[in-house]
Design a protein around this ligand. Structure first.
Ligand code: TXA
Ligand code: MG
Length: 331
């Protein structure tokens, strides 16, 4: 399984082999539509503990549990509230819902909270693999804690080789940023983490109020992941704020340093003396390429500078990622 790099189709035998590892309490990394996940049997306390160990993940940061179908989810959560159920039924990709925890799932997935995050991935391969496992999979992003999430199988291997039992060496992920995490309360959908699922789509399809929980108002408690540093390259990284002087300031910063600049397509030629990585012009392209570009840029530079992306809703998730990855800003 490990050496079968970038195959488009993983055979039934490989899927069965991975499922046997999961059922035996092991860790298997697999592709989803968002980023690669590091999976373990969500009903097995010891297996879930191994995830935290392999990633070096703080034990206070809870995990998302992945189901093969809404039907499987309902077997574990027969009393799920109607709004949460509507979210998983209507929003087909890159969405995670936080619900009341269920005793059949390992305690460690909730990391001490009374809730658990659940998701039915859109990726057909992911669902096929979960079905083969016969149990839901607890799976955080398949990266060392604090590093950029893995959107390519090779990045999973680079981070976790020797610490996990197998990686399905599949295709790069389509969306490139993690799922949007929401919690439904009194008919309101609260977005705890921006991600690959758009808040606009939530509003349109659910026809109920949707609010994004802002940084500040004690939301570390509702969204524990926000307590920790994330997505960091091995070298320092700065975000260049998008204003009239952005290019001038970045070029002044670049002088006599070995810098990689990550920018929107069209701006490549503006940065002199730097290695430039253009991510495309549209938000979906930028999201797809962002994490792998951070991992490529750190290989060729001592410092990374990333342009802040436009201040529009479609870029909100990638802007949030780069702000969190950054050591500072270029004003
Ligand atoms: O797209 C994704 O969501 C990927 C793929 C593999 O499914 N998974 C992922 O997992 O990004 P992870 O562990 O890297 O991020 C999970 C996020 C964290 O911010 C965590 O704090 C939040 O979900 N979370 C998990 N359980 C929660 C809970 N009970 N209440 C609030 N937030 C929760
Ligand atoms: Mg993660």
């Amino acid at each position: 399984m490990r050496y079968n790099s970038h195959v488009k189709y993983l055979s039934e035998a490989q899927v069965k082999q991975g499922a046997a590892i999961v059922r035996g309490g092991g860790l298997v990394a697999f592709r989803t539509e968002t980023v690669y996940g590091l999976g373990a049997d969500a009903t097995n306390e010891a297996a879930v503990a191994k995830i935290f160990e392999a990633k070096g993940r703080p034990s206070a940061n809870p995990l998302i549990v992945h189901f093969a179908s809404v039907g499987q989810l309902r077997k574990f959560f027969p009393d799920i509230d109607p709004v949460s159920l509507r979210v998983v039924r209507k929003i087909k990709r890159a969405i995670t819902v936080v619900v009341e925890r269920c005793p059949a799932l390992a305690l460690a997935v909730s990391a001490g909270h009374e809730t658990v995050a659940v998701r039915v991935p859109a990726c057909r391969f992911t669902r096929r693999f979960i079905r083969a496992c016969g149990v839901p999979l607890a799976a955080p992003s398949a990266n060392t804690s604090g590093r950029p999430s893995s959107t390519r199988a090779v990045d999973v291997a680079a981070d976790l080789d020797g610490k996990i039992d197998a990686v399905f060496m599949g295709r790069d992920t389509k969306i490139g940023v993690e799922s949007t995490v929401v919690q439904c309360e009194a008919g309101v959908v609260r977005v705890l983490r921006l991600g690959g699922g758009s808040t606009e789509e939530l509003r349109r399809r659910l026809r109920c109020p949707v609010c994004v929980v802002g940084a500040g108002e004690g939301e570390a408690v509702v969204s524990p992941g926000r307590l920790f540093r994330h997505y960091m390259p091995v070298c320092p990284m700065y975000v260049a704020l998008r204003n009239d002087d952005m290019v001038v300031r970045v070029n002044a910063f670049v002088a006599d340093k070995k810098v990689a600049v990550i920018c929107l397509s069209g701006n490549e030629k503006l940065y002199q003396g730097a290695r430039v990585f253009a991510l495309g012009g549209r938000a979906a392209r930028v999201a797809r390429g962002l994490f792998m570009t951070l991992r490529e840029a750190e290989k060729v530079a001592d410092v990374i500078v990333c342009e802040q992306f436009p201040d529009t809703p479609d870029f909100a998730a990638v802007n949030e990622r780069i702000m969190r990855a950054a050591d500072g800003k270029i004003l």
